[in-house]
Design a protein around this ligand. Structure first.
Ligand code: ADP
Ligand code: MG
Length: 705
C-alpha cells in the first residue's frame, strides 16, 4: 500500500517563496514600469498559483481582473508584492496583515537608504509584520524567484527569466540582481531560489542560509554581499552549512574597507578586507572576486564530484594551451599530477609519436573524438590524479561538439571531476546547453583552473574531521574578575595586569615584577636574576619601544641603573612621568608572533594570529577567526599564515610548538566569549619556541567603559 501523500512541512519563508496566491499592489497598465513588469513576469513565468493585480484605477492589468485594494480580493493571498509610492507602503502592509497576507516583498525604495526617518519606518514595518507572524523582504529590492517547476514564481522585474536549477542566490544589490540573472541565463546556470534583499528591514541573508540549509533543491548557495549585517551569526551558520553544501560569496568593497584608526594592531587590521577574506575562509566559505568567477565555481561544484586532492591531469591537443593550463593550475595552488608508468604506456599505444605522453598530455592537433575519449579515460583512472582538465583548441576543421560529447560521456559517473576548456568558435557555445551531468565548460584555462582550485579547497574543507566541540579551559575566574574590574581611565589594563590576565587563562608569560620606582626595579631585577628587561609604565604610553621605554638584555645592576635613568630622562622629554617600571626576565630565542582579539559592535569578537613584533606592521601576515574555536580551527589559523615555514623551522631552526600556539588562541577565544566586555587584546610579541620556551612578553588589554 502506498503511504498517504504528506503535505511538505511548511518552512518559515514559505509564504514568500511558496505562496498559493500573489497580489501585486501597485500593478500598472503601462508597459515597462515596475508595476507592469512584475505582473508580466508572474504570468509569463507561468506561476502555478493565482495572480491578483491591485490598483484602484484599473479594472484589468495584463488580462487579469484588477482589484481596488488587497482586502477586496476574495481568495486568500499569501504574498503581496508592494510597488506603491513610499507614502502608501505602511497602509498597504497593515491592510495586508488584516487580510491574512503572511509574506511581503517591498520593491518601493526611499526608506532606510535615505536617512533616519526611513530607518524608523523600516523598524515599524518589521515590528508590525513580525508581531503578526509574517515576514518581509526589502524594502528597496527587486523581488524573489522560486524556479521550482512546481511553483515557477518570478516576482521580480528582471527582464531575464530564471532557469530552474540548483543554485540558491541572494543578492544585497537589486541592480546587481538583474545582472546576476542575466549572467546565469547566459551561462546556463539554473536557480532554485533567488532573493534580492534590499534594505533587510526584516529578512536577512542569514534567514536565507537557514532556509537553504536543508533544502534538497538547493545544492550550492551563492551570495552577493555589500555588508555583513550580523557577521557573528553568519559565521556560526556558515561553519555549519558548509559541512553540507558549498557557500560562495562575492563581497564587494575589497579595497580598504574599514582600516579604522586604532591603537592596537589587531584593531587596525580587523574590519579590513583582509579580515573578511580570512573569516570567510575560516568558515569554509569560498570567496569569489567577480560574479563570473562565482558562477564558474558554482558550475563545477554543482555538476562534478569533489576531488580527493589537488593533483590535476591535463589533456590537450596543443602545446600552448597545455602550458597555459599548467601555469594557471600552479598559480591557483593546484598540483600537476605525476602519472603512473601504466598510464604513460597506455597513451603510447595509440597517440602519435609526436605527442607528449606525460602530464600535461599533448595529443597534438590530429586528436579527434576517439583520442579525447581514450585519453581522458586513461588519465581519470590514474591513481595519482584527483581531477582532469581537458583543453581543446580548434586548429583544423574539427567537430568540437562531438569531442565535447565524448568528454562528457567518459566523465559521466566518474568519481573524479572533469572540467572542459573549449577554446572554440561562437557557434559551439550557441549550440551548447549545459547539462547537469556534463562537465562545466570554460572558454579559457585560467577560469577553469581557478574554479577547480576553489572546488579542491572545498573538498579539503569537507574532508575535515567531524564536528568537534570547542575545548573547555579552566580559568582563574577570581583573578580574572579582579583584574578586569580595574582598568585605567582609557580602558586599558595596567601592563602587569594585562600579563596577569594571560596567566589567569593559562597562557605562559615571562617572569615579571612591577616596581614603583628605580630602586624597586633594581630589587626586582635582583630577584628575577640577570639579564633582565626593563619597561617604563606611564599613562598614554602605548608603543613603548618607540619612545625608548624598553631596555633589553641588561646584564647587571650597573647596566640596569643606567637604563632606568636614561629611560626616565627620555620620557621626561616627551612630557611623560613613569608611574612605575615593569621588570622582566630576558627571554631568548623563539619567533615573535602576535595574538589578538578585537571586538566591535558590528562584527563581534574576532581573533587574530600572525607573525608579530615588527613583522605585523610590515607584512600583515595574519589570519582571523570567529569564536568559539575548535582545536582544529585554531590549528588551521596558526597553519594558515604565509610564513608558517618560519615557525616550522627552516635551515635547522628548532620548530615552534604549533599545538601550543593553537592552545593559546583557543584560550583567547574562550576568554572573549566569557567576557564580552574585553574589546581588545594584543599579545605582541609572544615568543614562539618549543613547549618549554614559548611565552608572552608584552600584552595590552582594553575593556569597554
Ligand atoms: P612595545 O610593543 O610597547 O614597543 P614590547 O614590550 O613589546 O614593547 O617590547 C619591544 C620588543 O622588545 C619586543 O617586540 C621584543 O622583541 C623585545 N622584548 C620585550 N620584552 C622582552 C623580554 N622579556 N625578553 C626578550 N625580549 C623582549
Ligand atoms: Mg609589543
Amino acid at each position: 500500500m502506498n503511504a498517504p501523500a504528506e503535505a511538505p512541512p511548511s518552512r518559515p519563508l514559505d509564504p514568500i517563496f511558496n505562496p498559493r496566491a500573489v497580489a501585486v499592489v501597485g500593478a500598472s497598465r503601462s508597459r515597462d514600469t515596475i508595476g507592469w513588469s512584475i505582473v508580466h513576469n508572474l504570468v509569463a513565468g507561468e506561476f502555478a498559483g493565482a495572480v491578483f493585480p491591485v490598483n484602484p484605477s484599473a479594472s484589468s492589468v495584463h488580462s487579469l481582473k484588477c482589484y481596488p485594494t488587497l482586502s477586496a480580493i476574495p481568495d486568500p493571498v499569501d504574498l503581496a508584492i508592494v510597488v506603491v509610492p513610499r507614502g502608501h507602503v505602511e497602509a498597504v502592509v497593515d491592510e495586508g496583515l488584516a487580510a491574512g497576507v503572511r509574506g511581503f516583498v517591498i520593491i518601493t525604495a526611499g526608506f532606510g537608504e535615505t536617512g533616519l526617518d526611513g530607518k524608523a519606518v523600516e523598524r515599524r514595518l518589521r515590528d508590525r509584520v513580525r508581531a503578526a507572524g509574517a515576514r518581509l523582504i526589502g524594502p528597496n529590492c527587486m523581488g524573489v524567484i522560486n524556479a521550482d517547476p512546481a511553483v515557477r514564481l518570478n516576482a521580480t522585474f528582471s527582464p531575464t527569466p530564471a532557469l530552474s536549477g540548483s543554485l540558491g542566490f541572494v543578492s544585497q544589490s537589486g541592480a546587481l540582481g538583474v545582472a546576476i540573472l542575466n549572467v546565469a541565463e547566459t551561462l546556463g546556470v539554473g536557480i532554485s531560489e533567488f532573493a534580492s534583499m534590499g534594505n533587510k528591514a526584516d529578512v536577512s541573508g542569514n534567514d536565507l542560509l537557514v532556509r537553504w540549509e536543508d533544502d534538497p533543491a538547493t545544492r550550492v548557495i551563492a551570495m552577493y554581499l555589500e555588508s555583513f549585517g550580523n557577521p557573528r551569526r553568519f559565521a556560526e551558520l556558515a561553519k555549519r552549512i558548509t559541512r553540507k553544501k558549498p557557500i560562495l560569496v562575492v563581497k564587494s568593497g575589497r579595497t580598504a574597507e574599514g582600516a579604522r584608526a586604532a591603537s592596537s594592531h589587531t584593531g587596525a587590521l580587523a574590519g579590513t578586507d583582509l579580515t573578511i577574506s580570512s573569516i570567510l575562509e575560516h568558515c569554509g566559505v569560498l570567496r569569489a572576486d567577480t560574479i563570473e568567477d562565482l558562477f564558474d565555481t558554482a558550475r563545477a561544484l554543482d555538476r562534478q564530484p569533489l576531488p580527493a586532492g589537488r593533483r590535476v591531469g591535463i589533456v590537450t591537443n596543443a602545446g600552448g594551451p597545455g602550458i597555459m593550463a599548467t601555469d594557471a593550475c600552479v598559480h591557483y595552488g593546484l598540483r600537476i599530477a605525476a602519472f603512473a608508468p601504466e598510464t604513460v604506456a597506455r597513451l603510447r599505444e595509440y597517440l602519435p609519436a609526436a605527442a607528449a605522453f606525460d602530464n600535461p598530455v599533448d595529443m597534438i592537433a590530429s586528436a579527434g573524438v576517439e583520442e579525447y575519449g581514450r585519453t581522458v579515460a586513461a588519465v581519470l583512472s590514474d591513481p595519482g590524479v584527483d581531477a582532469v582538465l581537458v583543453v581543446n583548441v580548434t586548429p583544423l576543421r574539427q567537430n568540437t561538439r562531438q569531442i565535447f560529447d565524448e568528454i562528457a560521456r567518459v566523465a559521466r559517473g566518474a568519481p573524479k571531476p572533469v572540467l572542459a576548456v573549449m577554446m572554440a568558435t561562437e557557434d559551439f557555445y550557441e549550440g551548447l546547453k549545459e547539462e547537469r551531468d556534463a562537465p562545466p565548460v570554460y572558454r579559457f584555462p585560467e577560469q577553469a583552473a581557478r574554479a577547480l582550485a576553489q572546488v579542491a579547497r572545498y573538498g579539503e574543507w569537507r574532508r575535515r574531521g567531524a564536528d568537534e566541540a570547542p575545548p573547555r579551559f579552566d580559568f582563574d575566574e577570581a583573578r580574572l574578575t579582579r583584574l578586569l574590574a580595574r582598568p585605567g581611565p582609557d580602558g586599558y589594563l595596567e601592563p602587569d595586569d594585562a600579563l596577569g590576565l594571560l596567566e589567569a587563562i593559562g597562557v605562559p608569560v615571562v617572569a615579571y615584577r612591577r616596581a614603583a620606582d628605580a630602586a624597586g626595579a633594581l630589587a626586582a631585577a635582583r630577584e628575577l636574576g640577570f639579564p633582565v628587561v626593563v619597561k617604563a609604565i606611564a599613562g598614554g604610553l602605548v608603543h613603548k619601544s618607540e619612545l625608548g621605554a624598553v631596555a633589553l638584555d641588561l646584564r647587571d645592576e650597573a647596566e640596569a641603573q643606567r637604563a632606568l635613568a636614561g629611560m626616565t630622562a627620555r620620557l621626561a622629554r616627551a612630557a611623560l612621568a613613569p608611574s612605575g617600571f615593569l621588570v622582566q626576565r630576558m627571554a631568548r630565542g623563539g619567533h615573535e608572533v602576535i595574538f589578538g582579539l578585537s571586538s566591535d559592535e558590528r562584527f563581534g569578537p574576532v581573533l587574530m594570529f600572525g607573525l608579530g613584533g615588527k613583522y605585523v606592521e610590515v607584512l600583515h601576515d595574519v589570519r582571523f577567526g570567529v569564536p568559539p574555536l575548535t582545536r582544529t580551527e585554531a590549528l588551521e589559523l596558526v597553519r594558515g599564515i604565509r610564513g608558517i615555514r618560519l615557525l616550522e623551522g627552516v635551515r635547522g631552526d628548532a620548530p615552534s610548538d604549533l599545538g601550543l600556539l593553537a592552545d593559546v588562541l583557543g584560550r583567547l577565544a574562550a576568554l572573549a566569549e566569557r567576557f564580552p566586555a574585553i574589546v581588545e587584546i594584543d599579545v605582541n610579541p609572544f615568543l614562539a619556541a618549543d613547549a618549554a620556551g614559548s611565552l608572552a612578553v608584552d600584552a595590552r588589554v582594553r575593556v569597554a567603559p
